[in-house]
Design a protein around this ligand. Structure first.
Ligand SMILES: *Cc1c(COP(=O)(O)O)cnc(C)c1O
Length: 362
């Protein structure tokens, strides 16, 4: 059929079943006689899709009723600004756990809005680890603590979130590992994720926010489109939402249900990651510089002994239809993204290619 094994970090592979379903419904979605893309966002048909997507996400992630689910635009990157604009209160500060490029960007945006401080950082270690942190160092005037749960570029993951007993809400960028492992939603005040890694196509960002954190800002100058309260009140229909992307999320969520939910997804993901890390650890050619306890289940950066060999491996992999394995430009080498839609067989094909390549080049 000409499809490749796509290890892209994002936008990334979608389940084939989901793509086929979307294809089969493209011209006539839910017997409406029109495509989802041609349908009014105020129509009953679309409202049903929006409602279903929220209901599925709520059930899969076990999101209590005291949290709102919003579908917004502007990517996870706009959340870097919306979070401080909505949550950072006057005379308070926002604390940031700096674990990689994305958290650095989030911190930089918060500094434009108000007082932002670094809670802990692993930049000295080139982000190869999650830094130690002590919750007791947080000022009482902290409006929230921001963390990036999975560092897409550097390949690390937070396995134990800071505990602030909800006195200080934790705001979590879950863009690259949402729905990949079990998360206790009530440990977080806000969770947000751009869709294009584990949820669907780009163009929509999911925000899960505790109701008491909505409408906190004193600023009367907050633009309407940047105000969580407006979107919450309008049920994500204040203006035209990204209807096709929300439709796709609903199909992806249905697919996650068919796999058995998040626990089964996590089991699959752990197996996939283990297979690749074992191959790297057993190899004399390939290596990973990430601290073992902090390894990501979703994004696995690895290298050979030099850039030339990296290039040769990327070539060899591509000849076997294993694509998008080039590492992020800031890290180099290779990176395999093993999001939910990557089947175990895809990782098996990759580890086979690594073994073959190592034999050939030694
Ligand atoms: C991809 C990514 C982002 C940026 O997402 P956009 O939707 O492109 O703005 C932010 N944070 C993390 C952890 C990411 O992986």
């Amino acid at each position: 059929m000409g499809r490749v094994i796509n290890f892209s970090a994002g936008p990334s592979a979608l389940p084939l079943e989901v793509l086929k379903r979307a294809q089969s419904e493209l011209l006539n979605t839910h017997q409406s006689g029109m495509s989802i893309m041609e349908m009014s966002h105020r129509s009953k048909s679309f409202e049903r899709i929006l409602h279903e997507a929220k209901k599925r996400l709520r059930s899969l992630m076990n999101i209590p009723d005291s949290y709102k689910i919003l579908f917004l635009q502007g990517g996870a990157s706009l959340q870097f600004s919306m979070i401080p604009l909505n949550l950072l209160q006057k005379d308070n500060e926002a604390a940031y756990l700096i674990t990689g490029s994305w958290s650095k960007k989030a911190y930089a945006e918060a500094k434009k809005v108000g007082d932002a401080t670094i809670f802990a950082s692993s930049e000295d270690d080139a982000f190869r680890s999650i830094p130690d942190f002590a919750e007791s160092t947080l000022s009482k005037r902290t409006s929230y603590l921001h963390v990036t749960s999975n560092n897409t570029i550097e390949g690390t993951r937070i396995s134990v979130f800071p505990k602030t007993n909800n006195n200080i809400p934790i705001v979590t960028d879950l863009s690259s590992n949402i729905l990949s492992e079990k998360i206790n939603v009530t440990d977080h005040g806000v969770i947000y994720a751009g869709a294009q890694k584990n949820l669907g196509p780009s163009g929509v960002t999911v925000v899960i926010i505790r109701e008491d954190l909505i409408g906190k800002t004193e600023a009367t100058t907050l633009p309407t489109m940047l105000d969580y309260a407006i979107h919450a009140k309008a049920d994500s229909l204040y203006n035209t939402p990204p209807t096709f992307a929300i439709y796709m999320i609903n199909l992806v969520l249905e697919w996650v249900e068919s796999i058995g939910g998040i626990e089964d997804m996590e089991r699959r993901n752990r197996k996939k990651a283990q297979l690749l890390y074992d191959a790297i650890d057993c190899s004399k050619l390939f290596s990973s510089s990430v601290k073992k306890e902090n390894r990501s289940l979703m994004n696995v950066p690895f290298k050979t002994k030099n850039e030339e060999l990296d290039q040769a491996f990327l070539h060899f992999a591509a000849s076997q239809k294993l694509v998008e394995l080039k590492g992020h430009r800031s890290v180099g080498g290779m990176r395999a993204s093993l999001y939910n839609a990557m089947p175990l067989e895809g990782v098996e094909r990759l580890t086979d290619a690594m073994t073959q390549f190592e034999k050939r080049s030694t």
